[in-house]
Design a protein around this ligand. Structure first.
Ligand SMILES: CC(C)(COP(=O)(O)OP(=O)(O)OC[C@H]1O[C@@H](n2cnc3c(N)ncnc32)[C@H](O)[C@@H]1OP(=O)(O)O)[C@@H](O)C(=O)NCCC(=O)NCCS
Length: 188
């Protein structure tokens, strides 16, 4: 489980990265990472940590039991190139599900970094007793992310019509995708 980190990995594109949970000392590197998120994507962030003060509060109050934040760090220079947050439930009735959010720095997209950190998080979540991973996507905005999720065995589960407002005041659907985690994941 968490004692397995940091984990060194190489993406299919040949990039050496380290996967590990976020620690307080990551604040500056995370600020740099989050500053690279394009304006058009910021609007749709569910937890907007691009505000430095909000990021500071968030990192000061890390609680892995509630939200487990992971980062992919470029081994060469320590740059954070992706983050992923696993939102766990404190309630017994939903202890078997976790929500996942992922962000890869634009300059490092399409190099399998997202696949790598999400596949690792799925394995970790299984070890933590999670049976279903849930991801939400804004229709027409996060289509590339949906395609990536589809490649990683997430399936369409539900649509919430007009759930999300876009910056122009229009309404967009929220697509809910689910990945059923196999209890045998840890055998791989
Ligand atoms: C979605 C996201 C996490 C994908 O990360 P990534 O590292 O670029 O993805 P990968 O390189 O691992 O690619 C995985 C799959 O995504 C799809 N994909 C990746 N880049 C793509 C592109 N430019 N165009 C279309 N599909 C693409 C492909 O299906 C790909 O699989 P394949 O190469 O085997 O065909 C990244 O684009 C991102 O951070 N987007 C903004 C934030 C977001 O939308 N988050 C999702 C909400 S939780």
């Amino acid at each position: 489980m968490l004692e397995d980190y940091p984990k060194k990995m190489v993406t299919k594109g040949g990039l050496s990265v380290v996967l590990r949970p976020v620690v307080r000392e990551d604040e500056e590197a995370l600020r740099t990472m989050l500053s690279q998120i394009p304006e058009e994507e910021r609007w749709f962030l569910r937890e907007n940590l691009t505000d430095p003060e909000r990021l500071h509060q968030w990192i000061e109050n890390l609680n892995y039991e509630h939200v487990l934040p992971m980062v992919a760090v470029k081994e060469e220079d320590g740059e954070i190139i992706a983050n992923l947050r696993l939102y766990r439930s404190s309630s017994g009735c939903t202890a078997h599900v976790a929500h996942v959010r992922i962000m890869v720095v634009p300059a490092y997209r399409s190099q399998k970094v997202g696949s790598l950190i999400l596949t690792d998080a799925a394995k970790l979540a299984t070890e933590l007793g999670v049976e279903k991973l849930i991801a939400e996507f804004v229709s027409g905005v996060e289509n590339m992310a949906m395609k990536a999720a589809d490649r990683l065995d997430f399936h369409h589960e539900a649509v919430l019509k007009d759930y999300v407002l876009d910056p122009q005041g229009g309404c967009r659907d929220l697509i809910i995708m689910v990945k059923n985690l196999s209890r045998e994941w840890h055998d791989f």
